[in-house]
Design a binder for this molecule. Structure first.
Ligand code: P70
Length: 460
């Protein structure tokens, strides 16, 4: 690998196609106004290339579709549940499994079970839904990620790492009893899709073991993290991605998974646990929120597709092509001088909206503005990951002001081609050339929870 370029030609051919929607600028202007300058509120049919998210947007393989036909839709004890359980045990090594409708279903369960009011949950940068569930259970999230993660220009290769000094300081300040677990994500979404190193997770394990504190692993993009370890970490290049995935999991006590990313399904997730007592409580509670513990809100066919997707996610050719395509787009933009988070992330390219639109103050929502402008230019849909996503401070009610004000160009797995990547890069370059003409936004409607999903704006 040189400068984040790897040879990545797709290890598959295309058997079925889905037409895309082409729009005129006039149509896009109207659509954006109606959506209140929020890309979440656009209709899919108004979008040409959809980079809103890599969540649930992947193309399933012929094997996964074949698996869908083997759905055992029994209410209880579906054979697809046992296939899923076996795949999780084989590839991730966790002992007990509870399917959930998606990642946040698992986050809800684990937060309610382990967090008591007044507890502290340290983690390597917040994720929106994860943090909200921790807060709703009465906990307070504390960021313990390395400082480099908050700096878009730092070339540190493992920006997902935990700062061990910060973690130990939190433990000393609050005491281990107040910390039900440390929340560790493999590839940190909000930092720009940045991996953590195996050595760092080992060190976190050692430190938490000393104090008797659990690690709960947000393993949503663990295969991408493992692949980066293989590429960049000393002594890891000869290992398989699958092997590294399993070792990462083995350093933690349980996991929440949104299988809509790495695991290549359109819906699904799970909670995986090694401790019997915690599992038993989760099995009790899942029936309240998701469904019986052998389906957790999913159809049998969904669990079968997930079981197969898990095995495909750690395939060496697949993961190289997946990350390689993201690097291809990222490198094109970097070569054009577009301000972005470096190094390039594994699931998308994150534009640095503060540097892209330096004349737009954070309170005029530069990332929200940029996402709207990108859509207007060519119909490419992206997502704000800045002050709107960060929400309001639980205590003061003021906005949180994150250092990173980003627009995420998230690449779905196995969906778009190299020519699409070229169209996207050209559009970003066009918008960059006329950046000085772009003005910010004012928020006109603000929902109470996870406001970025439904907030509305108007042009200043
Ligand atoms: C995204 C999606 C979901 C996600 C995640 C990590 C690291 C948990 C979850 C929750 C979807 C999304 C969610 C909230 C705001 C914007 C977008 N991330 N942990 O696009 O999983 O969605 O299945 O409940 O990335 O990044 P789920």
């Amino acid at each position: 690998m040189t400068e984040q370029h790897i040879s990545w030609a797709e290890p598959y051919k295309i058997k079925m196609v889905e037409p895309l929607f082409m729009t005129t600028r006039e149509q896009r202007v109207k659509a954006m106004e109606e959506a209140g300058y929020n890309t979440f509120l656009l209709k899919s049919e108004e979008v040409y290339i959809d980079l809103l998210t890599d969540s649930g947007t992947s193309a399933m393989s012929d094997r996964q579709w074949a698996g869908m036909m083997l759905g055992d839709e029994a209410y209880a004890g579906s054979r697809n549940f046992y296939n899923l359980e076996a795949a999780i045990q084989k590839y991730y090594g966790y002992k007990h499994v509870i399917p959930t409708h998606q990642g946040r279903g698992a986050e809800n369960l684990i937060s309610r079970i382990l967090i008591k009011p007044g507890d502290i949950v340290p983690g390597n940068m917040y994720f929106t839904t994860t943090k909200l569930h921790q807060e709703m259970a009465g906990g307070t999230f504390v960021d313990i990620i390395v400082d480099e993660a908050h700096d878009a220009n730092s070339m540190f290769p493992f920006k997902g790492n935990v700062d061990l000094k910060k973690l130990e300081a939190v433990i000393k300040e609050h005491g281990a009893k107040k910390i039900p677990y440390v929340s560790i994500a493999t590839t940190v979404n909000m930092a720009g899709g940045q991996p953590m190193s195996l050595a760092n997770l080992k060190a976190v394990r050692e430190l938490t073991a000393k104090y008797g504190i659990r690690i709960i692993h947000d393993m949503t993009r663990v295969a991408e993290n493992a692949y980066m370890i293989k590429l960049l970490e000393e002594g890891q290049s000869e290992r398989s991605t699958a092997d590294i995935v399993k070792e990462l999991c083995s350093l933690t006590d349980g996991a929440t998974m949104s299988a809509k990313k790495d695991a290549l399904v359109n819906i699904g997730g799970f909670l995986a646990l090694n401790e019997w007592d915690v599992f038993e409580e989760a099995r009790n509670q899942v029936v309240i929120f998701e469904g019986l513990h052998t389906y957790g809100g999913l159809a049998g066919r969904d669990m079968e597709a997930m079981a197969i997707g898990i095995s495909e996610s750690v395939d060496e050719d697949h993961i190289r092509a997946r990350v390689g395509q993201v690097f291809y787009l990222g490198k094109k933009l970097m070569d054009a001088g577009i301000p972005m988070v470096k190094p390039i992330g594994t699931h998308g390219v994150f534009l640095d909206a503060k540097a892209f639109l330096p004349h737009v103050p954070q309170l005029a929502f530069p990332a929200q503005t940029l996402a709207a402008e990108l859509y207007l230019d060519a119909g490419v849909r992206t997502m704000e990951r800045g002050i709107v996503s960060a929400g309001r401070d639980k205590e003061t009610g003021d906005h949180c002001y994150p250092d990173l004000e980003l627009v995420r160009l998230t690449v779905p797995r196995r969906v778009y081609t190299q020519a699409h990547m070229d169209v996207i890069a050209e559009s970003v370059e066009r918008v960059y050339k006329r950046r000085n003409e772009i003005k910010g936004l004012r928020m006109t409607y603000e929902p109470k929870y996870l406001r970025f999903f439904q907030a509305k704006f108007e042009k200043l």
